[in-house]
Design a protein around this ligand. Structure first.
Ligand code: NAD
Ligand code: DAU
Length: 339
């Protein structure tokens, strides 16, 4: 079994590769990644020389490069994690989001068709459903919830999802889609809420909470997400969409306070800054379908997962310090300076 994993040098993709190599000793994984600012080859260093792993630097939008790799590897399965993934960056500059997230997905699917790939899996997001009101805890996103996007990022992911379903219906592409809630865990790039707050707190820097910090996200430990995708690849039905989430809604401000507490840092570091434009209020996944049809349930409790994640950032300082001392500083100044 050969699986091409795109975006495998990023946060979830790298965790997925580690998970799959451990769970399936007979699988070969080929990682295709452009190594954008979010891709990090040092993450994959421990498996670089392994016989069942290959890394190829390429852009999913580069039709020739993708074709060449498929011709060589004849993959059974393609799992597409490659994306521009940060909402704030999409608000600053949407173009690359449309390019990679939509057109890159098209290139991958065209190539899957050409080489008769048995499964194309698109890693999507709960953000395609838009947001939910804070005062309606009974409302959750199901697979039937209409697409209703807020940011250029979520619009680009929704565009890709629609294209995947169109390729399935029109060309019979054996495709599946998963839409997951917010992930946390090791190797997450420190532009995202949890690692940003951990890194800033450890450096005694202000903790920039957007608005009042009352927005709610539904947090899932990254390994639970990886296990769900593995299950969909093995037992999911083609043409189907599966929501993934663990009923773990938390307000941003409570997460930041928890990080302060765990690190023994004062809450006076918390600084309320200008809100994100078009900021989604609440996400909440109904995972009934993947539970009843595939038997998936999250295994990591948030109380344990957040401690484990904080421990990882404490034990792996060189990994994120290398990032936050580089080009990231310009990004940080641009996004947070005078905010
Ligand atoms: P990430 O930003 O950490 O990693 C993205 C990876 O894709 C990087 O390694 C980057 O180099 C690579 N990449 C970007 N453009 C590329 C291109 N044109 N060609 C090849 N590689 C390219 O992202 P992540 O948080 O790991 O998210 C992975 C996927 O999961 C994305 O599709 C995202 O939409 C989806 N998702 C993320 C979350 C979350 O909470 N992080 C939740 C649900 C879904
Ligand atoms: O829901 C799934 C999505 O989760 C994925 O599709 C995206 O790729 C991923 O980035 C994530 O999107 P969010 O916008 O929810 O994640 P982010 O970590 O950027 O922000 C989480 C919340 O924290 C959000 O309400 C904004 C807020 N926030 C974020 C940052 C970076 C702050 O208050 N301060 C910050 O500095």
């Amino acid at each position: 079994m050969t699986i091409i994993v795109t975006g495998g040098a990023g946060f979830i993709g790298s965790n997925f590769i580690f998970y799959m190599l451990k769970a399936h000793l007979d699988y070969r994984i080929v990682c295709l990644d452009k190594l954008t600012y979010a891709g990090n080859l040092s993450t994959l260093a421990p498996i670089m020389g392994k016989a069942d792993f290959r890394f190829v630097r390429a852009d999913i939008c580069d039709r020739e490069a993708v074709d060449g790799l498929f011709a060589e590897e004849k993959p059974d399965i393609v799992v597409n994690f490659a994306a521009e993934s940060h909402v704030d960056r999409s608000i600053e500059d949407p173009g690359i989001f449309l390019q990679t997230n939509i057109l890159g997905t098209q290139v991958l699917m065209d190539t899957c068709r050409k080489y008769g790939v048995k499964r194309f899996h698109q890693v999507s997001t709960d953000e395609v459903y838009g947001d939910l009101p804070l005062d309606r805890p009974d409302m959750l996103f199901t697979e039937e919830t209409p697409i209703h996007t807020s940011s250029p990022y979520s619009a680009s992911k929704a565009g890709a999802d629609l294209l995947v379903m169109a390729y399935h219906r029109t060309y019979g592409l054996p495709a599946t889609i998963s839409r997951c809630s917010n992930n946390y865990g090791p190797y997450q790039f420190p532009e995202k809420l949890i690692p940003l707050m951990i890194a800033n707190a450890l450096n005694d820097k202000p903790l920039p909470v957007y608005g009042e910090g009352l927005n709610v996200r539904d947090w899932l430990y990254v390994e639970d997400h990886c296990r769900a995708i593995d299950l969909i690849l093995r037992s999911g039905k083609v043409g189907e969409i599966y929501n993934i989430g663990g009923h773990n809604e938390m307000r941003n401000i409570d997460i930041v306070r928890l990080i302060c507490k765990e690190l023994g840092k004062p809450e006076s570091l918390i600084t309320h800054v200008t809100d994100r434009k078009g900021h989604d209020m609440r996400y909440a996944i109904d995972p009934t379908k993947i539970h009843t049809e595939l038997g998936w349930l999250p295994e990591m409790r948030f109380e344990d997962g957040i401690k484990k994640t904080i421990r990882w950032y404490l034990d792996n300082r060189p990994w994120w310090e290398k990032i936050v001392t580089g080009e990231y500083q310009n990004y940080y100044r641009k996004m947070y300076g005078g905010r």
